[in-house]
Write a protein of this length. Structure first.
Length: 255
């Protein structure tokens, strides 16, 4: 039986070709797109953070820094803190020399990092004594307390910038006004009143040295009730303050 012409033509043509399935789009371009977006936003975030710190560093070069993160935490823990800012002119010169003698004898000779002290600390297997006054100011005014690598990295970036923008006198002025001298007592004016009942401008060499001796451990040391160690440390600081005045190592902040 002969089929219809249309059927015979279909038989000659063979089976209809199968339609090819569309290839699924590879996920790699999508991943690359998200990666580019992520890097873009990360760059914007870092740029914004850098701009914020640049503004703060410029602002605090002449405006007293407000309460910092550590002080906020202590105010919350203690129910309040003692804090009183005074300008450099109202701080006894011997207080500046005593703080430098106690915490950073090469303050006038470095750009924010005391490499000799860092090498000595590494050789001793400790980071004690390696932190300069400039680094402590950056930590106190702009960052947070703790030993995290993130904070140390930010401190390492910001310290040279502060050294570049601020004078040495300004760095020491801010340091003496934000440092903790007793539990919840911040700044040399509040400390002078708290321990001795005098203003910062009226501190004697002995009183200034005792306050400076407290700085590494304000919660464990007392300037008004000094231990045997504190008395010995005080004598060393008095001698050190006299030495840096004589050899010119205080010229950068007293000139």
């Amino acid at each position: 039986m002969t089929g219809k012409p249309a059927d015979r033509a279909a038989e000659k043509a063979g089976p209809a070709p199968r339609k090819r399935k569309a290839k699924a789009e590879a996920p790699a371009p999508v991943r690359r797109s998200w990666l580019r977006r992520g890097l873009k936003w990360l760059g914007r975030g870092l740029g914004g953070l850098a701009a914020l710190y640049a503004v703060l560093i410029l602002l605090f070069s002449f405006v007293p820094p407000p309460i910092n993160l550590y002080q906020l935490g202590e105010a919350w823990r203690l129910g309040g803190i003692e804090k009183d800012w005074v300008p450099w002119e109202e701080i006894a010169p011997v207080m500046g020399r005593s703080a430098v003698a106690a915490e950073d004898a090469n303050f006038c000779n470095h750009w924010g990092f005391d490499m000799a002290a860092i090498r000595e600390a590494i050789e001793a297997g400790s980071n004690r004594g390696a932190s300069t006054i400039s680094q402590q100011v950056v930590k106190n005014a702009f960052l947070w307390h703790g030993r995290s690598w993130a904070r140390k990295a930010m401190e390492a970036v910001l310290t040279p910038v502060v050294e570049l923008v601020w004078s040495k006198q300004r760095i020491l002025e801010v340091y003496l006004n934000v440092a903790e001298f007793d539990d919840g007592v911040f700044g040399v004016q509040a400390a002078a009143q708290h321990y001795f009942g005098v203003d910062a401008k009226d501190l004697t060499p002995l009183q200034a040295a005792r306050l400076a001796a407290v700085l590494p451990d304000p919660k464990g040391r007392s300037a008004s009730k000094p231990s045997t160690f504190m008395k010995s440390r005080t004598r060393a600081i008095i001698s050190g303050a006299e030495t840096i005045a004589a050899d010119g190592r205080s010229a950068c902040f007293e000139g």
